[in-house]
Design a protein around this ligand. Sequence first.
Ligand SMILES: [Zn+2]
Length: 292
Amino acid sequence: METTIKKLNKCRLCKSNNYNVLFIKYGYELAKCNECSLTFLNFDPDDEFFSNYYAEDFFNDPGIKHAYSDYEKEAESLKNSFKFRVDILSKYNSGGNLLDVGCATGAFMEVASSRWEVYGVDVSEYAVEQAKKKNLKAFAGVIKDSPYINQIFDVVTLWDTIEHVSDPLETLQQLSEMTKQGSVVALTTGDVGSTVAKISGKYWHLYNIPQHLSYFDKNTITRIFNESGFEVVEIIYPSIQLSLDYLLFRLVTFYKIKYAFSFYKLLKKTGILKPNLNINLYDIMLVVAKKV
Ligand SMILES: [Zn+2]
């Protein structure tokens, strides 16, 4: 566990030190910038945080990181959502090469490879190893150290990734240099301006602390794209297909309800958690942007 939390003490987007602390959770300050209105975690993680946090137990969670209980199984339900995303991207681009940033174990890459030549990058060595076992081309580490840094891509995807990176503006600016006019960058991330986020307050299910470092809304995500040389062409709120298993796992680990984890494990054994659910709380944005 963290002994000391290294604070960022400035906005993660505009670097202003004019911000308010909204609340403190697990010892971390959740802050909102008064200049650009980005909500961010006042935390400056080091490289070690990224390599340690996204190790195997992030994808096969014993119940401590409230991430995934079994990512590979969940990836099967995710694939239906990924097919929908391929259809959306196909409206803007019909082929070429695609880079999936934060590719995890390669579930989206597998689906997208029907249409594009796909490459992936992820900070998790464990996840990239799994992707490679599926004969996918993936690199473990950050974009700037990858062999893709000097390539030009037609499509770049960042599914549930931008909120995890320590400098999201730098990430998009990097991608701007790795794309050409008309290239498409698409991402999903929580919408901190959504009704569900506002009603839930500090209990919003996407306040995943300390993994989620930035919390965007329509305005801040548009701003960060514009500042990186992209124009937002579409924002939608897609439904996500999840297994009942994953949903319950997230609930009991996120809210740390006493005895609930043992109850969850008991239910899991019975096999009744297998069905998939289509969920839409309208608090996850899918944003498509074009390089101008
Ligand atoms: Zn700011």
